[in-house]
Each structure stands twice: as structure tokens, then as C-alpha cells.
Ligand binder design. Sequence first.
Ligand code: ZN
Length: 134
Amino acid sequence: MDKIEHLGVAVKSLKASNLLFEKLLGTSHYKIEEVVSEGVRTSFFKSGPNKIELLEATSDESPIAKFIEKNGEGIHHIAFSVTDIVAEMARLKKEGFTLLNDTPKKGADNKLVAFIHPKSANGILIELCQEALE
Ligand code: ZN
């Protein structure tokens, strides 16, 4: 795995949290994107070389809605960038990690993504992401 690509933060209201993070970071979000398949609307902020993704549920069935119901708002996942997501998924599976998807799927920000179950990673949902080819 390479660097941390971004931190994902579950929020109740993207509108309210966009304002909050704008004040916190001194810069406004640079994109808003809905990922229909995941039931989320996301916004992205840059802080120096780092990125923060805010995630708001678009329905009660959304994993983000369920997360907030259980844990409240807060850090939802850590995303690592990888250069070969398929190889990395195979490596982690072999190491005993539980993957939440068998094949990479399309995520926000033009990425191919895969998730590792928090139960196999000290309670942290881990996202792998690889820049998707156009
Ligand atoms: Zn993410």
C-alpha cells in the first residue's frame, strides 16, 4: 500500500459539515459527488497534501445511515492508495483479511475501490483505492 489517500468522515448533513470543514480548514470543498450505488453524497476537501471526504447518506438503507445510527458522526474509514488493487486485494485475502467486495467497484473521485471489514482491521473500515483509467 502507498500513502493514505483520504480520511472518510460520516456526517448527518453535508451542507452543515461543508460549512464546518470550510471554517476548520480555511478552504472550501472542491467537489461534490453522489455515488448512487453506495447511497452516499460526498464532498472533498484538500488540506495541504491530504484529502478529507465527507459522506452523507442519501437513504435510510445507506451504509452511512447505518453507521451514524450505530456510532454517531465521525471517522468512517481510512483509504489507502494502491497501484494494483486486484493484486493488493489478493495479498490481503491471503493474509486473512475479510474483504467486503470480491472485485473492485467504482467509487467517488474516479477511483476503483475495495473495502476491508473493520472486524479484521482493529475496528477500522479500510478502503483501498486505485486511480481508475479513463
Ligand atoms: Zn473514501
